[in-house]
Ligand binder design. Structure first.
Ligand code: SIN
Ligand code: FE
Length: 311
């Protein structure tokens, strides 16, 4: 792959390129909207922006789970502000789902709508354990929500009235996987796909789940992606020397990216909103762009069962 294809670009969305948005995202570009075409009510916006002013209120993201219509992370928000915060996050989530479905109808056809979140903490100089640090370049993987090959698409909005959100990203998955996947343990996870233990586990999982046990059904793909997240964060050589691209997202802008295709880090910024979608590889403009396809081709092994995505 030539260098030009590996560079991550910010693509301004316009009427002229609407048909090409899927391929642009899948190659590892960031879609950018200088003006978010949606406004929260001023009451809702104020409620979100006041969260960090409450002592002890800013240690956690607030998450909204659209499918269950449930919100978490509100325990430090004063009781009289919770309703407004919940309504604001809910209306952002509804709008983002509608907006992204309109831009990328093929994805919407097969996606699973995941959580929305509000990120009230200043990212600069955050004191977090290394695995949770957002300023180390990483690809996303969710410990609690295996995707079985589905891709993580995230739509972000910078709600900050005056401060940019600043990211540094690396070359996309297709460029870094050939160099790093085997070192990060890919062949070990691929071998598990055929292990008798793994097969026995898959056979008992449905029973365990219907008995109400909190089991997480991770495919070899999910196990690798979790390990790869940690591998990149722990790899000082990669962090220091990988080619990097910096992007500044100004107040009021939005952007969208596959956060498992594009290794990313956030350097500074406070008050972002975000909606996540799990996109089926079958609905991509080319399945070849999916991390699962790239890993299956490197390892020569099937790493997840296709049917498992459609849960
Ligand atoms: C991340 O997904 O690593 C954080 C991105 C952000 O909050 O800007
Ligand atoms: Fe991330």
């Amino acid at each position: 792959m030539g260098l030009a294809n590996e560079a991550v670009k910010m693509v301004q969305v316009s009427n002229a390129n609407r048909a090409d948005l899927g391929p642009a995202l899948e190659k590892g570009n960031i879609l950018f909207f200088s003006q978010t075409p949606f406004e929260l009510s001023s009451h809702g916006r104020q409620a979100l922006l006041s969260i960090a002013e409450v002592p002890g209120a800013h240690h956690k993201n607030i998450a909204f789970k659209p499918r269950a219509q449930k919100i978490t992370g509100l325990s430090h928000v004063p009781a009289n502000a919770r309703g407004a915060v919940e309504n604001a996050l809910k209306s952002y989530s509804e709008w983002a789902i509608h907006f992204v479905a309109g831009l990328l109808p093929a994805y919407a056809h097969g996606w699973q709508v995941d959580y929305a979140s509000f990120r009230p903490v200043e990212e600069e100089n955050r004191d977090l354990p290394w695995k949770k640090r957002n300023d180390l370049i990483h690809t996303d993987a969710f410990p609690s929500r295996p995707t079985h090959g589905g891709l993580i698409l995230r739509f972000f909005t910078n709600l900050n009235p005056s401060q940019d959100r600043v990211w540094v990203v690396g070359r996309p998955f297709a460029a870094i996987a050939p160099e790093h996947a085997v070192t990060a343990g890919l062949l070990k996870f691929a071998a598990q796909a055929h292990s008798p233990l793994r097969r026995a586990w898959s056979a008992v999982l449905p029973a365990a789940r219907s008995a109400g046990l909190p089991v997480t059904d991770r495919s070899p793909y999910d196990r690798f992606m979790l390990a790869f997240h940690d591998y990149l964060k722990a790899n000082a050589e990669f962090q220091n020397n990988c080619p990097k691209y910096q992007f500044r997202f100004p107040p009021g802008s939005s952007w969208m990216v596959f956060t498992d295709i594009v290794p990313h880090s956030v350097i500074s910024g406070q008050y972002a909103l975000e909606q996540t979608f799990i996109v089926s590889p079958e609905t991509l403009s080319s399945r070849a762009h999916a991390p699962i396809s790239i890993l299956e081709s490197i390892s020569g092994t099937s790493l997840a069962q296709k049917a498992a995505f459609a849960r």
